[in-house]
Design a protein around this ligand. Structure first.
Ligand code: F6R
Length: 238
């Protein structure tokens, strides 16, 4: 696992963007695994800016998102589908038919998505304060495929900021790629910033590989690059 401690959020976003750009320029029909949440937004903004200024094209790129809430409409302002359209897809020349965000709440929905996610060149990840990746909460077996999860109180609290700060409005379940799905990606690119991620990053990078910190599984992946700011790195020993 390569860990790069960056000056600040803009710096880490730009460094992460450079990795994506290099991939897409080298292989125009790359398959990207994408995440929602605050962490990758700066990187998405850099992708949009670069597309507009330098013409980097995403027309042959395919994307597979990690997760989506259960029980809210695709076009709800808080759906991850809407988030991706607003924060990335509408700003680049990607073919909407090539973008995929999981949806549904049945076993069949999960199996269909699991079968579709194939050959991911780079998987973008954020990390939860409790070490979750995707919506794989502590305790999730490492070999789990796409599945339906009950969200923890901690995760619902962290996401209440998107729901008028009202935890009661935050959905209680999500559909998520499993850790097994995520680990199949050829390369993993994780971005994180802020002191509230410092404990999770310490456990991920320096702790034992243990299902209590889902992200610790990344120690077993052969090609992981992590871009974090100084605050997020503040509890690392080296
Ligand atoms: C989002 C996702 C989550 C987030 C994590 C961090 O698709 O899978 O695991 O990456 O909750 O969220 P932020 O970036 O908002 O701190």
């Amino acid at each position: 696992m390569k860990v790069v401690v960056c000056e600040n959020y803009d710096d880490l976003s730009n460094k992460a963007f450079e990795v994506i750009k290099e991939q897409v320029v080298e292989k125009p029909n790359s398959v990207l695994g994408l995440a929602t949440g605050s962490s990758p937004v700066g990187m998405y903004q850099d992708m949009i800016k670069d597309h507009k200024e330098n013409g980097t094209s995403y027309k042959d790129v395919s994307t597979y998102n990690l997760d989506e809430y259960v029980g809210i409409d695709r076009n709800d302002p808080q759906s991850y589908y809407t988030f991706m359209n607003e924060n990335l897809f509408s700003g680049i020349d990607i073919d909407p038919n090539n973008t995929h965000v999981p949806y549904g709440n049945t076993k069949e929905d999960c199996e269909k998505y699991e079968d579709a996610v194939n050959g991911v060149d780079i998987q973008v990840l954020g990390i939860g304060q409790n070490g979750h990746i995707g919506f794989n909460e502590p305790g999730t077996p490492f070999d789990e495929p796409t599945h339906i999860v009950d969200l923890t109180e901690n995760t619902r609290e962290a996401n209440a900021r998107f729901f008028d700060n009202d935890i009661n409005k935050v959905p209680t379940q999500a559909i998520t790629q499993g850790i097994g799905t995520i680990m199949k990606a050829k390369k993993i690119l994780l971005v994180a910033n802020g002191a509230n991620k410092a404990d999770a990053l310490k456990a991920m990078i320096e702790g034992d590989v243990n299902i209590e910190c889902p992200a610790s599984v990344l120690q077993k992946h052969p090609d992981v690059i992590v871009f974090i700011d100084k605050e997020a790195a503040s509890k690392l020993s080296k």
